[in-house]
Design a binder for this molecule. Sequence first.
Ligand code: AMP
Length: 177
Amino acid sequence: MSIVKSKIRTIPDYPTKGILFRDITSLLLDPEGLALTIGTFVDRYANKGITKVAAIEARGFVIGAPVAFQLGVGFIPIRKKGKLPAETVSQEYDLEYGKDIIEIHKDSIQPGDKVLVMDDLIATGGTMIAAVQLLRKLGAEVHEAGVIIDLPDLGGTAKMEKELQVKVFSICEFEGH
Ligand code: AMP
């Protein structure tokens, strides 16, 4: 959606040279932009039988929690290794240089849960694929992945659909990386 897209700021060479950082803080700061963003997800996912919203640290939390609240369901944080206090399951995934691990609380999923998984942005898909794998390890059905921004040239959305059969819904796209 072009109004949402127009409120996302691009910071060149952050955090490293050559990266175009798509900064949602300018969107979150704008009341119309924030309401449109959350409202778009709530309209899409209302009455779909979703029982929980899971989101990835930290920017995913900012959209995942209000969407869960509006849908009237619970929220599940997916965090970097070592941040969740109770018993967890882990998933390793590849970064551009090296590897990382994300975790979820073991007791966050019950049989029959149908989960919406959210983040601010999908690029190569590494983070989102690991999140879906975590949810599936616990027995959840993943309804869809919802993001504000897709960078389709980096292939994450296509990979999610081809390898995991999970559709990615994005409010806007940016070309390149
Ligand atoms: P990926 O695992 O490659 O799909 O990367 C997605 C994660 O990295 C998300 O949590 C994003 O917040 C972050 N990210 C990757 N590329 C960008 C970018 N160009 N601008 C802002 N955040 C990004």
